[in-house]
Design a binder for this molecule. Structure first.
Ligand code: AHR
Length: 500
């Protein structure tokens, strides 16, 4: 029998709500169409932002939004995106489809969006093609309350009060699209640029250094050795794909073998956190510097007939599992991982939201963020899973590497929040939860259960059938001697809120 041992007497720290963050880049239809339609649009909007999308994002309590990229950030010149819209400079989005960027959505629009969502802004500055002065003035423009050239310019553009910008990233992927730098060079540039990211008027800014691609441990080593004391966070990017950069694999209509691969590669996130975390521990044993997973999620071949530079892909129950696995891993490593941002919030890569004209659908990934929102700012509870390997005989080779169940537990407001994923595409699995220190009496009424699953391995929501995959009430559990036996359907994500 698979087992989850839950020790409620052992709390392991707060799950920062920012682990549930999102990422919005000037890429494809993420900003334009996905979030912003403009005030003249026939699509219902609030100050230019789609009303349906705003409401959906408010429901999952988006804690943090990263902007303007990504690769785009290292070519973005913020002054082109302020002032009267008709006077804003147009530019080519060289990274993403070579389309015209109108700069209609700029600093004011982004920070207005964060205020509407009541979420924290995470701005990524331009190191690759920008200057120290440009970055410094951007921070002054956004956050300085007093009299100064940039604060006055902000006022002239209609915003008197400074905004809060709690998170600031100094460059993006500077080992690649952000300048093809060596880590030694970037570490020095980071030290220089961050000096001028000023904390005006007691405004606190958490400074994030650009981190490694996946398993490049040397990048983390060099950054930590040379710049740790100047940073609050160090980022790390990792995308899950069943193939490789030459052929990434399909989002739908994929073979079963690719289901298993995606599970395995999602679990690899834990290896990466452990490996990069071990390097960080060497220089920062107190874990002051946060590991910031500010780009994660699935990356498949784009949907047929769409612009290859727009990275539009469908989202299935497999992606829901990917989300559940990642969020469990982030929860379980909340001592080091302080923020994570799924790529990206709408219409790009593993998007929680897809739009088509005036229509919007919520993807299976969205529903996992909804179900898991109970973990935001909760206390992590010690838990351990002992379970069988994944799959049927055919996947026997993988079984040794892939546990069939992933999970995490937190506590908040008198509830234990247990989230469980059954990674097995074909078989239901039972798991027995054994508790230490739980005082409440066991009974069926003390549990609120929800389940997300689909009939096929690529079940999904479409504009024609938007509610194929939605969370349903879950009751397939029973109590015996204070232990909770749960039957997880094949390919499912389950959350149980248990009165403690
Ligand atoms: O999320 C898409 C792209 O992936 C980002 O722009 C870049 O940082 C990463 O390579």
């Amino acid at each position: 029998m698979n087992k989850m041992i839950i020790d409620t007497t052992h709390l392991k720290g707060r799950i920062n709500r920012d682990l549930y963050g999102h990422f919005s880049e000037h890429l494809g239809r993420c900003i334009y169409e996905g979030l912003w339609v403009g005030t003249d649009s026939a699509i219902p909007n609030i100050r230019g932002f789609r009303k349906d999308v705003l409401e959906a994002l408010q429901k999952i309590k988006v804690p943090t939004l990263r902007w303007p990229g990504g690769c785009f950030a290292d070519e973005y010149h913020w002054m082109d995106g302020i002032g009267p819209k008709e006077k804003r400079k147009k530019m080519i989005n060289t990274n993403w489809g070579g389309v015209i960027e109108t700069n209609e959505f700029g600093t004011h629009e982004f920070l207005d969006l964060c205020e509407l969502l009541e979420c924290d802004a995470y701005i990524c500055g331009n190191v690759g093609s920008g200057t120290v002065r440009e970055m410094s003035e951007w921070v002054e423009y956004m956050t300085f309350a007093g009299e100064s050239p940039m604060a006055n310019l902000r006022r002239a553009n209609g915003r008197d009060k400074p905004w809060k910008v709690p998170y600031f990233g100094v460059g993006n992927e500077n080992w690649g699209g952000g300048g093809n730098m060596r880590p030694e060079f970037y570490a020095d540039l980071y030290r220089q640029y961050q000096t001028f990211v000023r904390k005006y008027d007691g405004n606190s800014i958490y400074k994030i250094a650009g981190g490694a691609p996946g398993d490049d441990k040397n990048w983390t080593e060099v950054l930590m050795a040379n710049a740790a004391k100047y940073m609050d966070g160090l980022s790390l990017h990792y995308y899950t794909m069943p193939g490789d950069w030459t052929y990434k694999g399909l989002a739908v209509d994929f073979p079963v073998s690719e289901w298993a691969l995606v599970m395995k590669r999602s679990l690899y996130m834990e290896t990466l956190i452990n490996e990069h975390g071990t390097i960080m521990d060497k220089y920062d044993p107190a874990k002051r510097v946060g590991l910031i997973l500010d780009e994660w999620g699935t990356w498949y071949e784009v949907e047929k007939g769409t612009n290859p530079g727009f990275l539009y892909q469908q989202n299935t129950i497999r992606d829901a599992l990917v989300a559940g696995i990642h969020l469990n891993i982030f929860n379980n490593h909340c001592d080091r991982v302080r923020m994570a941002n799924i790529a990206q919030v709408a219409n790009v890569l593993q998007a929680p939201i897809l739009t088509r004209g005036a229509e919007m659908i919520l993807t299976p990934t969205y529903h996992v963020f909804d179900m898991y929102s109970v973990h935001q700012n909760a206390e992590l509870v010690e838990s351990r899973i002992e379970c069988a390997g994944y799959g049927t005989e055919k996947e026997a080779a993988l079984a040794a590497e892939i546990p069939c169940i992933s999970g995490s537990v937190s506590t908040k407001d008198g509830y234990l929040n247990v989230s469980l994923c059954n990674l097995d595409h074909a078989n239901a699995h039972e798991i027995e939860c054994e508790f230490f220190g739980r005082t409440a009496t066991a009974s069926a009424t003390t549990v609120i259960g929800r389940v997300l699953t689909g009939d096929a391995i690529d079940s999904r929501n479409t504009f024609e059938k938007p509610s194929t995959i939605i969370p349903k009430p879950f009751t397939d559990f029973s109590w015996t001697d204070g232990k909770l036996k749960v039957k997880l359907p094949a390919r499912s994500v389950v959350t149980l809120l248990i009165k403690n």
